[in-house]
Write a protein that binds this ligand. Structure first.
Ligand SMILES: Cc1ncc(COP(=O)(O)O)c(C=O)c1O
Length: 311
């Protein structure tokens, strides 16, 4: 494991390491993914993206992705994937899809990178532990630094050994604030005293229960609304069709999302405009109940309007 200062930096380091070690240039990434500012693949990508020769796959479409891998195998250094797409709409990776990527990466000597910057909070061992799928490298960020700037990447010892200065062909990893003492101390305190394995399990169970409750309410009112996600990370979507990849989620600027955001603010609840909901450790059972009640009131007030927009 090596420590840096942001999730973006962790992903850049992991991708550059995979390219340097394999001697290949291309990177397979999924349409709609977000892996950091210069690694943005929503809405056709970003002019600020790193100038790597990307291969863009469709999330949860194993057959098409295996076709892409077969076509480009000798040039692909890495596959980078979130085991649940976070910013893409809280879309869970299907176990068969992720397992298929694992097997294809092994078959072709491609470095499989799980971006767990967001999803690592979903169990004490991250989403990979819940799934029982081990990538070659994992990247981390966010809360793990106890509230301070944090990033980390690590995994297979033969890959990470290349960063050892005693290796005959060492890879550099310099940075003024790498292993920042204050961040490391805050991270240890956070993981040992605040977000303990028990707290992680409890928070994610509460999140699962909340999501199930919200979905029951949506079904009961008949409003075309669904809440996608896993554990303590979820996102409200304003239609009732299946969502397997970001393109299925509908536009992020939908007026229903703005209406929901503003209405919930008025009812005393802050959530991200795009419908992203992430319960925190401070919440009590009564807070979850009050949120569900506000959600139900929102559906009662605007269900008919949503029914027209969602079609
Ligand atoms: C999945 C994922 N990867 C990478 C990043 C980038 O992390 P940072 O903002 O720390 O650079 C984020 C941030 O939201 C993220 O959600």
């Amino acid at each position: 494991m090596r420590f840096c200062n942001s999730g973006t930096e962790a992903n850049v380091n992991a991708l550059c390491a995979a390219r340097a070690i394999t001697g290949r240039s291309r990177v397979l990434v999924f349409d709609g993914a977000y892996h950091g500012g210069p690694l943005t693949f929503a809405h056709g990508g970003s002019p600020m993206n790193l100038p790597f020769p990307w291969v863009i796959g469709a999330y949860n479409d194993l057959e098409a992705t295996l076709g892409l891998i077969d076509r480009h195998a000798h040039e692909v250094a890495a596959i980078i994937v979130e085991p649940m797409m976070g910013a893409g709409g809280c879309i869970a990776g299907e176990p068969a899809f992720l397992q298929g990527l694992r097997e294809a990466a092994t078959r072709h000597g491609i470095v499989l990178i799980f971006d767990e910057v967001m999803t690592s909070r979903l169990s004490p061992g991250g989403l990979q532990a819940k799934l029982g799928i081990t990538p070659d490298l994992t990247t981390f960020g966010k809360y793990l630094g106890g509230g301070l700037s944090f990033g980390a990447f690590g995994g297979r010892s033969d890959l990470m050994a290349r960063f050892d200065p005693r290796h005959p062909e060492p890879l550099p990893h310099s940075g003024t604030y790498n292993n920042n003492v204050l961040t490391m101390a805050a991270g240890v305190a956070g993981l040992s005293q605040v977000f303990t394995p028990e707290a992680a399990r409890a928070l994610n169970e509460a999140g699962d229960a909340l999501r199930a409750h919200l979905n029951r309410l949506a079904r009961a009112t008949g409003a075309p609304v669904q809440v996608a996600g896993i554990g303590s990370i979820m996102c409200v979507h304003f239609h009732d069709r299946p969502i397997r990849r970001p393109a299925d989620a509908g536009p992020s600027e939908l007026s229903a999302r703005a209406l929901f955001h503003l209405d919930m603010l008025e009812r005393g609840f802050y959530l991200a405009r795009r419908g992203f909901i992430s319960p925190s450790l401070a919440l009590e059972p009564a807070d979850y109940d009050a949120f569900a009640a506000a959600f139900e009131n929102f559906l009662d007030a605007y269900g008919p309007v949503l029914a027209n927009e969602g079609r």
